[in-house]
Design a protein around this ligand. Structure first.
Ligand SMILES: C[S@@+](CC[C@H](N)C(=O)[O-])C[C@H]1O[C@@H](n2cnc3c(N)ncnc32)[C@H](O)[C@@H]1O
Length: 501
């Protein structure tokens, strides 16, 4: 497994050449000179506002960032730096708090949210983004606090100056580093900035080696993948458009029809606008590979918004048949509609309903339950979930997931396919839900099948086979952490939904 060779290196992550550092400082300076006195760099302003939304209003970081950067009209460079600051600050929050607590007379948890956010993002830049000039970091932090908490400005200045003056940066693991022996889950949680309860669960389920690799990969920036709409386009066409836009792309080595890209604003790609591609993580594309819907079929996607997997299923069916795309939240239905419209998919039919009422929607050849989950497989993209999730949440999620799976099962015809998926790394929400389902009244009619038997070739060896399905971890091939189980209703099994005709 990918825990890597043990070696110790306390170097600073994100270290870059002195040239890069100088270039960025000049950029910072020019912006400041051209702005009013006390102006803050747009990237730091954006990061600060997004982090406040996450801290004070429990916003998702990726949504908060998008909103703030759009409003500020940030260019690509500012957006990239703001994203790096927001994601990094959230990823390393626990570790940053430790550093701040060591120098602050008030524990970070007792500070005002604005002060907390400002200190965390500044310390993140000082210690982990060596291309940010320290004087600019401290200046901007003080200015940001002055805007809302003027009396705290000198306090922030004092803490940051003390940290800045520190001769040596504190010991910190490189994200790609592994340790010979972290000893125990508590120590691993501390070193990699995760909640202990989370790491303890992984440790006892996956073992130390996989847990180390998982914690490290959770702290890496997430890759960007484009799924090509093979119904109407080709990998070559999308690749060409990425290059034309100044970005880089290469075909995924594991999943046909997917490109790994960088350096592009996808929403501006000609092929994105024309519906030739979608942003979708490589592991998420495996939902369609696992379901393998027949063209012309009736497919139920029970937890569908924003519609990424519905669209892939509809493309797989070459625009024929019907994908009934259900979501409980009315405000998310337009997202499914927009996705289907952009991709020119006539066979996606959004429905606003509680998935637990699935049998009232008809009888289907296949159903996908991409269940609401704790999201512990996507911590690279949503690092705030580390600190927001509580062990108690899992119990409620498991109950809902079980109800959705049982309801979907009742709507699947004899010999039809039922796929259960999550983007989490949590045994209770994955195998645990399938185990309970199989032991319940609906489960008796279903047989398990191995999803990996249908996946592109190397993935069977690269992913974990679990008791009832397949677990993908972010270090397996770079895709998000996902779980898939595939079930087939026995040909003789009496289905219990309402026949549509
Ligand atoms: C993991 S997300 C689905 C992502 C989607 N399949 C995609 O690929 O774009 C889970 C979705 O389930 C929806 N949901 C939560 N509870 C539900 C319920 N009882 N019935 C139907 N949808 C539900 C949420 O609104 C959320 O959009």
């Amino acid at each position: 497994m990918g825990a890597g060779k043990a070696h110790r290196n306390w170097g600073v992550p994100g270290d870059v050449s002195p040239d890069a550092r100088a270039t960025n400082s000049v950029g910072d300076l020019q912006r400041r000179v051209s702005g009013r006195a006390g102006a803050v760099s747009p990237a730091r302003r954006g990061a600060f506002e997004a982090l406040r939304l996450v801290e004070e209003r429990r916003a998702y970081s990726h949504i908060a960032l998008r909103q703030v950067l759009n409003r500020l009209g940030a260019d690509r460079r500012d957006s990239a730096l703001a994203t790096e600051i927001v994601q990094g600050t959230l990823r390393w929050q626990q570790w940053l708090d430790e550093q701040i607590n060591a120098k602050s007379r008030i524990p970070i948890t007792r500070l005002d949210a604005v002060v907390r956010v400002t200190l965390r993002m500044a310390v993140y830049q000082l210690y982990k983004l060596r291309h940010c000039a320290p004087h600019a970091v401290v200046h901007d932090a003080v200015e940001l606090v002055k805007g809302t908490q003027p009396r705290a400005a000198s306090y922030v200045n004092g803490v940051l100056r003390t940290l800045e003056r520190q001769q040596e940066t504190p010991p910190q693991p490189r994200a790609a580093e592994s340790w010979e022996d972290p000893g125990n889950p508590e120590e691993l949680a501390r070193r990699t900035s995760h909640p202990t309860w989370m790491v303890e669960r992984w440790w006892s389920w996956l073992g130390p080696e996989a847990t180390i690799a998982l914690c490290q990969s959770n702290n890496e920036p997430p890759p960007l993948a484009l799924r090509v709409n093979l119904w109407c386009s080709s990998v070559a066409e999308v690749m060409e458009s990425v290059r034309e836009a100044g970005g880089e792309g290469r075909p995924s080595p594991v999943i046909p029809g997917v490109l790994r890209v960088s350096g592009v604003d996808v929403s501006r790609l000609s092929t994105f606008q024309s519906g030739a591609c979608s942003v979708q993580d490589e592991s998420a594309t495996l939902a369609a590979w696992t379901l393998q819907p027949e063209p012309g079929g009736e497919v139920l996607d029970l937890c569908a918004a924003p519609g990424g997997k519905s669209a892939h299923l509809a493309e797989w069916m070459k625009g024929t048949g019907r994908v009934t795309a259900v979501d409980i939240h009315p405000h998310k239905i337009p997202l499914i509609e927009q996705t289907a419209r952009r991709l020119g998919l006539p066979n996606v039919h959004p429905v606003c309903a509680d998935g637990r009422d699935a049998p009232s929607l008809g009888i289907f050849d296949a159903a996908l339950v991409d269940a609401p989950c704790s999201g512990l497989g996507v911590l690279r993209r949503r690092p705030e979930l580390k600190w927001r999730r509580r062990p108690e949440d899992i119990q409620d999620l498991v109950k809902l997931q079980g109800e959705l799976l049982a309801a979907a099962a009742r709507a699947v015809r004899p010999d039809g396919i039922l796929v259960y998926a999550t983007c989490t790394v949590c045994e209770a929400e994955n195998d645990g839900v399938v185990e309970d389902f199989l032991a319940g009244p609906e489960g008796a009619d279903f047989d398990l099948e191995d999803p990996a038997a249908l996946w592109p070739d190397p993935l069977g060896q690269m992913t974990f086979s679990t008791r009832f399905g397949r677990q993908i971890l972010p270090f397996h091939f770079g895709g998000d952490g996902f779980y898939y189980a595939r079930l087939r209703r026995k040909p003789s099994g009496a289905q219990r939904g309402i026949r549509r005709d």
